[in-house]
Design a protein around this ligand. Structure first.
Ligand SMILES: [Zn+2]
Length: 684
């Protein structure tokens, strides 16, 4: 085999992975050598004859596993953004091996003895606050992995971790395959109600699938949402809805029900081994919320007001539906369609009128310029760096002083072999232990491309533009990080705090200054007319009853799932039905994420018993942005400076402490209820 790029030091600018030279066959040997190297490093730390010190134990751990981290970051980012059969096979093969490797490190008794010794003596070691917190976090992480268990229990913990890694990999692959395998193939006569951009996207999707001259609606959210919103063909909306909600639940070898059953049982067993009653208690013990009860309390504070608001919304939808001759109840595949008609009647807003003003490139520029005004960053495109797909663009990020900050990689378009949804990740984290290391961040979206043949740009919906800003907020959390240790870098914060920097940044997308400057018509470059801008902002809270019910139901079912006793025989479909009945979830809304494709919960464990985190963080972002509103300046420099301190701190300080330093007090929920238009419903 030719030389393996993972075994060389990279000479690409700023440490960009040499994508032009990386082939799938390079991954297995690099994973193998990466694990071997770290095993040797850990053995040297754990077996050292020298008394434990911060430098020879904690800092040595920070230094270990460099090759493994480098290959893992490239591999898992490519697996999510641009996979193929070879990468999928390697993922199935290596996910359990990597899990076993990690748990092996965490359960090494000699290594833990050194960490425990340092932890016990930490106050007398003369350490800086970030170092003290780092010891605390290491100690807690090892304990939470099972370092205090007996050998037999440890063996069981290791077996569970390994099996969970396999199951989670399979879960995600099954969803991706179901998304690839299905499309609604239509002719020009089936497109009633669809605006031009949706027709163009469907034509392009058909062409990509070898169906030139026809139209294909795929199961990508950016294709599903517009079709459900605009198509006047109720039969087709229903067919699409049913296919969309059947992902992962089609029976046969790719069915996710048995996988969910086993994952839940293993997580419950893991929690019990560690002395917790259930997985939710275990998971939430290390969050801002601290307990499942606290998370649930917050969710229930919005649940009834949201349902009340959704009932009012449904009445309006029904009135329109009756006028249009629908004499049946509103179904989940009808809601978006009639909501759009109500929105049009009430605010005189038409998605098809708004979209031409939201050109992808302009909104990207808006995000860059906002980061410039708030935090002093500049972005310059680099076309000389290797990328893994022609869609991908790269920017160099600098401070105003000209100092290099990092790289920002943007991968915006939906593709068949790309995971759906939007996410932010890293190819490299910032750190400054032995030498300054600058971050490489990637933002993924799944926008439908513009009509390339007609030379038309990609147009976004208002929600797409918010998603763009959301992921960019995570990106800034990575880019602005100024920490010493990589374990504390950027987004390495508690799970229910990590959505704060991203959701906070969303607010700047819809401030009038941003919209006036960057929302320009793609043909004429005319700014969004003031009258349309006024109506757009007035309609911002529209349909929030629906949105809040959809989200909160998903967060509540997640907590419920992870609190059940593992002994119950688990049937996902029955669990969903019981949940919908018990919580009286409006049936015309239903579940946005049905369990068989709820990737946040089952394609990894990061958001398991953690989906509530978005609302938890929204309390903070609504309250936090209110500070700018109160100052009557969305770009108030002094507030921006204090906010920047949160983005730079990573996990070097307690999140509530960070928030209070920015806001001058603890967060209050009032702004959230206001933001979602639930304040009146709650008191009424
Ligand atoms: Zn996020």
């Amino acid at each position: 085999m030719t030389e393996n790029p993972f075994f060389e030091s990279w000479t690409t600018p700023f440490g960009m992975p040499p994508f032009d030279r990386i082939r799938s066959e390079h991954f297995p040997p690099a994973f193998d050598r990466g694990m071997q190297e770290q095993i040797a490093e850990i053995a040297a730390i754990a077996g050292s004859a020298a008394a434990p010190s911060f430098a020879n134990t904690i800092e040595a751990l920070e230094r270990s596993g460099r090759l493994l981290e480098r290959v893992s970051r490239v591999f898992f980012n490519l697996d999510a953004s641009n996979t193929d059969n070879a990468i999928e096979a390697i993922a199935r093969d290596y996910a359990p091996r990597l899990a076993q490797h990690q748990i092996g490190v965490a359960l090494d008794p000699a290594l833990f003895a050194r960490i425990a010794d340092l932890h016990a003596r930490r106050a007398s070691l003369g350490l800086d606050p970030d170092q003290l917190r780092l010891i605390d976090r290491y100690h807690l992480r090892f304990v939470r992995s099972g370092a205090l268990l007996n050998p037999e229990q440890k063996e069981r913990m290791a077996a569970i971790s390994e099996r969970l890694a396999s199951l989670q990999t399979l879960f995600g692959q099954n969803v991706l395959h179901d998304e690839q395998d299905w499309q609604l193939v239509l002719d020009a006569t089936d497109l009633d109600g669809l605006p031009g951009f949706a027709k163009a996207a469907a034509a392009q999707a058909a062409e990509e699938r070898g169906l030139a001259g026809r139209y294909a609606v795929t199961l990508s959210r950016s294709a599903v949402e517009p079709f459900l919103t605009f198509s006047s063909r109720r039969d087709l909306r229903r067919a699409l809805w049913e296919a969309w909600t059947a992902r992962g639940a089609k029976g046969g070898a790719g069915d996710n029900a048995p996988i969910i059953r086993e994952i839940l049982a293993l997580r419950a067993e893991q929690a019990r081994l560690l002395g917790y009653e259930n997985f939710a208690d275990y998971r939430l013990d290390d969050t801002m919320a601290k307990t499942g009860a606290a998370a649930e309390r917050l969710l229930l504070q919005v649940w009834e007001p949201a349902k009340a608001k959704a009932r009012d919304e449904r009445a309006e939808l029904e009135a329109v539906a009756r006028r249009e001759g629908l004499n049946e109840p509103i179904e989940p595949w009808d809601w978006r369609y009639y909501a759009e008609k109500v929105r049009k009647a009430r605010f005189d807003l038409d998605e098809a009128d708004i979209k031409p003003y939201f050109v992808l490139d302009n909104m990207v520029q808006a995000a860059f310029d906002t980061a410039g005004r708030l935090f002093g960053l500049t972005f310059t495109e680099r076309e000389d760096l290797p990328v893994y797909h022609p869609d991908v663009r790269v920017w160099e990020v600098r401070e105003e002083s000209g100092c290099h900050v990092g790289l920002f990689v943007h991968d915006n378009f939906a593709r068949p072999r790309k995971q759906s949804g939007a996410w932010s990740s890293r190819y490299r984290n910032q750190e400054n232990m032995d030498e300054p290391v600058t971050p490489i961040v990637v933002n993924n979206n799944n926008f439908a491309g513009g009509d390339v043949a007609a030379g038309e740009p990609t147009l976004l919906s208002f929600d797409d533009a918010k998603t763009l800003f959301h992921e960019f907020g995570h990106g800034l959390h990575t880019l602005l990080s100024r920490v010493r240790y990589r374990s504390q870098s950027g987004t390495a914060v508690r799970r229910d705090f990590v959505e704060f920097p991203s959701q906070m940044f969303e607010h700047w997308m819809s401030v009038p200054e941003t919209l006036r400057t960057y929302a320009r018509h793609y043909r004429t470059a005319e700014p969004l007319p003031e009258e349309l801008l006024r109506r757009l902002l007035a309609g911002r809270n529209f349909n929030q009853g629906f949105g809040t019910v959809e989200y909160t139901a998903a967060a509540l079912i997640d907590l419920d799932l992870h609190r059940i006793a593992a002994t119950e025989p688990f049937d996902p479909a029955r669990f969903e039905r019981d949940f919908l009945d018990r919580m009286e979830v409006p049936k015309e809304i239903g579940l946005r994420h049905r369990l068989p494709h709820f990737q946040h919960l089952f394609a990894g464990s990061g958001y398991a018993a953690g989906y509530y985190a978005y609302l938890w963080a929204e309390v903070l972002d609504a309250d936090g942005f209110a500070a700018f509103t109160e100052a009557d300046n969305a770009f108030d420099p002094e507030l921006a400076e204090r906010l920047k301190a949160i983005y730079t701190a990573g996990d070097t300080r307690d999140p509530m402490e960070l928030y209070c330093a920015f806001r001058g007090r603890e967060p209050a929920i009032a702004a959230l209820l206001q933001q979602r238009g639930l304040a009146a419903a709650r008191s009424g």
